[in-house]
Design a protein around this ligand. Structure first.
Ligand SMILES: [Zn+2]
Length: 90
């Protein structure tokens, strides 16, 4: 099956309704959104651990929530692209 045949209905809509410039702009906007989320859920060092700033409610010196190890951050796990689908520029 071709990749075209594997596209979701939403992806087909984008292809049918947008030109290359629109798609490039949408990709750039998507990447910027991902970067803002990554900055929120950035890794910080605290108490000898690498923790997620957002999930741990990091205030710059301490946490207001129980510390969440950065590699256990559910948001970062959810953002990880499926294997083979990562944009080559990221
Ligand atoms: Zn997090």
């Amino acid at each position: 099956m071709s990749r075209y045949g594997d596209l979701s209905p939403r992806a087909l809509w984008w292809l049918e309704n947008c030109d290359e410039l629109d798609l490039a702009e949408a990709c750039a906007s998507y990447e910027a959104t991902l970067e803002r989320v990554r900055q929120l859920h950035r890794a910080v060092e605290y108490g000898g651990q690498t923790i997620c700033a957002e999930c741990s409610a990091w205030d710059g010196q301490s946490t207001n929530n129980p510390p969440v190890a950065h590699d256990q951050c559910g948001t970062m796990k959810a953002l990880a692209p499926p294997k083979g689908t990562q944009c080559p520029t990221t």
